[in-house]
Design a protein around this ligand. Structure first.
Ligand SMILES: *[C@@H]1O[C@H](CO)[C@@H](O)[C@H](O)[C@H]1NC(C)=O
Ligand SMILES: *[C@@H]1O[C@H](CO)[C@@H](O)[C@H](O)[C@H]1NC(C)=O
Ligand SMILES: *[C@@H]1O[C@H](CO)[C@@H](O)[C@H](O)[C@H]1NC(C)=O
Length: 196
C-alpha cells in the first residue's frame, strides 16, 4: 500500500514535467546531503539547468521553481514550465509544498503536489544558495526478484544561464562519488522563453 502510494507520488511528479530514470542496478545509492542546510537562504526562484532524462517530457522548456517560506516552516512550491507541444502550447504550473519532516535533517525535504498524496523525497545534496542546488530523489521499487529503483535528479541554478562547466563538473563528481550516473542528465532549454 505504502509503495503504491509512493509510486503515485512519482507518477504525478512526472506529470508536472519532472523527470525520472529507472535503474536496475540495485538499491538506491547512499548519499550525503548538504550540511547545515538553511531553508531561509534556499527559498526564492531557481531555473532548471539539467534534469534526469525522460523522453515524455522532452517538450518542457523554461522550467523554473519558486520556493516561498510560509508560516510553520512549510515551503510553497511553484513549478512552472513551457510546453512546445503544438496541441498544448503554453506554460503549465504545479503548486505544491515541501517540509523537512525530521528537524534534525533539514536538507531532506518531502514534497507533494496534492494534500491527498504522501510526500516524495526532495533531498538537497549540495547547494551554495546563490548559484546552484543539486536535488536528489530515489525510491526502491517493489518489483519482486529485481533490485530496481526510481531516480530523479536536478541541477537548478539562480540564473537562467546556469553555472560554469567547471562548477558543474564538480557537482557531477560529487554525485558520481555516491554512485549516481550523471550520464542521465540532460540540459533544460532556458532560451527564448515566451514572456521572459
Ligand atoms: C515567488 O512567489 C512569491 C509568492 O507567490 C512571489 O511573491 C514572488 O514574487 C515570486 N518570485 C518570483 C521571482 O517570481
Ligand atoms: C506560479 O509561478 C508562475 C510563474 O512565475 C506565475 O505565473 C503563477 O501566477 C504562480 N502561481 C501561483 C499560484 O503562485
Ligand atoms: C550510465 O548511463 C548511461 C546512459 O543511460 C549508460 O549508457 C551507462 O551504461 C550507465 N553507466 C552505468 C555505470 O550504469
Amino acid at each position: 500500500m505504502e509503495y503504491t502510494l509512493r509510486f503515485f507520488v512519482f507518477i504525478s511528479l512526472v506529470a508536472v514535467c519532472f523527470s525520472q530514470v529507472i535503474s536496475f542496478t540495485g538499491k538506491c545509492p547512499k548519499v550525503y546531503v548538504q550540511k547545515d542546510f538553511s531553508i531561509e537562504k534556499y527559498i526564492g526562484k531557481w531555473y532548471e539547468m539539467e534534469r534526469f532524462f525522460a523522453s515524455f517530457e522532452a517538450f518542457h522548456d523554461c522550467v523554473t521553481a519558486n520556493y516561498t517560506l510560509q508560516p510553520g516552516g512549510v515551503v510553497k512550491v511553484n513549478n512552472t514550465g513551457y510546453s512546445h507541444k503544438f496541441w498544448d502550447k503554453g506554460y503549465t504550473t504545479a503548486i505544491g509544498d515541501a517540509v523537512a519532516e525530521d528537524p534534525n535533517n533539514p536538507a531532506k525535504l518531502g514534497v507533494r503536489f496534492s494534500p491527498r498524496q504522501p510526500r516524495g523525497d526532495y533531498w538537497v545534496l549540495s547547494t551554495d544558495y546563490n548559484t546552484y542546488t543539486v536535488i536528489w530523489s530515489c525510491t526502491d521499487l517493489p518489483i519482486p526478484f529485481l533490485k530496481a529503483n526510481l531516480q530523479f535528479a536536478w541541477i537548478l541554478t539562480r540564473r537562467p544561464g546556469g553555472i560554469s562547466t567547471q562548477k558543474k563538473e564538480r557537482l557531477y563528481r560529487l554525485m558520481e562519488g555516491y554512485g549516481i550516473n550523471t550520464s542521465k542528465f540532460s540540459a533544460t532549454n532556458q532560451e527564448n522563453c515566451p514572456g521572459r
